[in-house]
Design a protein. Structure first.
Length: 93
């Protein structure tokens, strides 16, 4: 979602993205994870000012979960490469 969010969203797009993320947190299939995400959203509201800010925010939230689970962190500088542009060498991952 963040990879294709506008670089200059209007107020309606910003509001819609916040609503989408908050709604997603209520329907996440893992009840524990859903509750945790809802608590995180209270402390760290989605950054929806532009595509870059939303991508960074989502990556940071993702990495916070990875850290709690003992999983490797994702390099947030590679969000466009992973979800928008593809690897620079043209390969698929």
């Amino acid at each position: 979602m963040a990879a294709y969010y506008p670089d200059q969203p209007d107020n309606e797009q910003k509001a819609n993205m916040k609503t989408l993320i908050k709604g997603f947190s209520k329907f996440y299939p893992c009840g524990y994870c859903a509750t945790h995400l809802q608590e995180e959203l209270k402390k760290n509201e989605p950054k929806v000012d532009n595509r870059s800010a939303l991508s960074k925010w989502m990556c940071d939230i993702h990495n916070e979960v990875n850290e709690r689970l003992g999983k490797p962190l994702f390099d947030c500088s590679k969000t466009d490469e992973r979800w928008r542009d593809g690897p620079k060498d043209g390969s698929c991952d």
